[in-house]
Design a protein around this ligand. Structure first.
Ligand code: PLP
Length: 457
């Protein structure tokens, strides 16, 4: 309410922002010219900036505000926990009530055989944790040479040294001496880009085969784990063929390699299941999560540890010399408990599966008729449109049409001015709206997207 009444001096804020705030993943010289957009308030799926403009947040903040903005019950839970016990650690034989309750609830929501959770404050820390955890596991199993973790190009697993190394983003690897040793990458299951001459089902098996080739090249007894996002998010909403994940699981089992599902985006309902691996019908050994667990209200992440790894760590491991001051932060856990209560009570995961996910798919399929759109893809509440120069062009024909430039222009400029936040990734325009979005609001979002595409023709 205070924000609603306050008048903001946008230019002064932008000047101070430019003078003092180094933003993540930002070209500051360019930002200085443009000035940062100052966001001041949110309610449901809508955000307001300091100029009073209202936009649909088609990206749920950064793929995280699953329960939508303005949930007073989450802020009350946070306030109460802050009043009662703002902090205590979970090192040295202590625990806190919200951390115990959240660990218990997560074990109930997770797929079978996930009875334990290790808390972090972010997805990057969760993925850092699995690097140490899987190597520790193989040490304890008497196979310390199993060090290598296989990941995929164009994956995003975070921004810490290990997270960015696990990720497969060329731009990140080009800076700061990445990747760290012991992490290697294979191709991504991107049918539109790599699947020529194959059916989707054939391509899924083919792309999973790259894992087996890499394992054989490295020597199976050197490989500790494979990590992947069920649907690659920041890489551009790359939805694998249905044959891909079961084949990945078969290969991991064949060579006794741990499977890690990075559910930082896909977890907590984004794909219409509690965890993306359930939709892909595979049982991983470890699940990393963050974002949607608190709907981003307070930072929290973690690793769900399946019985195979948990039993070994617990029975044989002694001290696991790893952890963070804020592992199991009571305020973050209190926010997560209330957020998950909302997702359960409002049946938001089921709503994505049965109602809003199918509606988003149908709406985006409609947008695919637009002359600038090559094709549309969606899964639950993530969707992407790829832009082409001419109808019928494939991604390979687009070299001279700078679709990435067009996408950037539309998403960073026109779309916001016309009331929707979308994300630009290469030649794709992406949405991942809050799970509370209604069918009517999806229609409203699609109308605005079509209007912006028309303006770009
Ligand atoms: N893993 C995936 C799949 C992500 O999308 C992200 C962030 O976008 C991360 C990990 C890193 O999470 P965080 O930014 O919380 O460190």
């Amino acid at each position: 309410r205070a924000a609603r009444q306050e008048a903001f001096d946008t230019q002064a804020l932008q000047r101070l922002d430019s003078a003092h705030f180094l933003h993540p993943f930002t070209d500051h010289a360019a930002l200085r010219k443009r000035g940062a957009r100052v966001m001041v308030r949110g309610q449901g799926i809508y955000l307001w900036d300091s100029e009073g403009n209202r936009v649909i947040d088609g990206m749920s903040g950064l793929w995280c505000v699953n329960a939508g903005y303005g949930r007073t019950s989450i802020s009350q839970a946070v306030y109460q926990q802050m009043e009662t016990l703002p902090f205590y650690n979970s090192f040295f034989n202590t625990t806190t009530v919200p951390a115990v309750r959240l660990a218990t609830l997560l074990a109930e929501l997770a797929p079978p055989q996930f009875e334990h959770v290790f808390f972090t404050s972010s997805g990057s820390e969760a993925n850092d944790t699995i690097v140490r955890m899987v190597r520790r596991y193989w040490d304890l199993m008497g196979q310390p040479q199993r060090q290598v973790i296989i990941s995929r190009r164009n994956a995003y697993h975070g921004s810490t040294m290990a997270g960015a190394s696990l990720g497969g983003m060329d731009g990140m690897h080009a800076q700061g001496g990445l990747p760290i040793p012991g992490i290697v990458h294979i191709g991504q299951p991107h049918y539109a880009q790599e699947g020529q001459g194959m059916t989707e089902a054939e391509f899924g098996l083919h792309a999973a085969g790259w894992l087996e080739q890499k394992i054989l090249e490295l020597g199976p007894d050197q490989v500790a784990a494979f990590i992947g996002e069920p649907v690659q998010g920041a890489g551009g909403v790359i939805i694998p063929p249905v044959t891909y994940w079961p084949e990945i699981k078969r290969i991991c089992d064949k060579y006794d390699i741990l499977l890690v599902s990075d559910e930082v985006i896909c977890g907590f309902g984004r794909l219409g299941t509690w965890f993306g691996c359930e939709l892909m019908q595979v049982q991983p050994d470890l699940i990393t999560f963050a974002k949607g667990v608190t709907s981003g209200y307070v930072p929290l992440g973690g690793v769900l540890v399946g019985s195979r790894v948990a039993q070994t760590l617990i029975e044989k491991g002694g001290d696991f010399n790893h952890g963070f001051t804020y592992s199991g932060h009571p305020v973050a856990c209190a926010a997560a408990l209330e957020n998950l209560r909302i997702l359960i009570e409002e049946k938001l995961v089921e709503k994505v599966a049965l109602e809003t996910g199918p509606h988003l798919a149908a709406t985006f399929a409609g947008l695919a008729s637009h002359p600038l759109v090559g094709h549309a893809e969606s899964c639950g509440l993530v969707a992407g449109l790829n832009l082409v120069r001419r109808k019928g062009d494939t991604v390979h024909d687009c070299e001279h049409f700078d679709s990435a430039h067009a996408v950037g222009m539309i998403c960073r400029g026109h779309m916001f001015d016309n009331g929707v936040i979308m994300r630009a990734v290469g030649d794709r325009m992406i949405v991942a709206p809050p799970l509370v979005i209604t069918k009517e609001q999806i229609d409203e979002m699609a109308e605005r997207i079509r209007f912006c595409l028309d303006q770009t023709l």
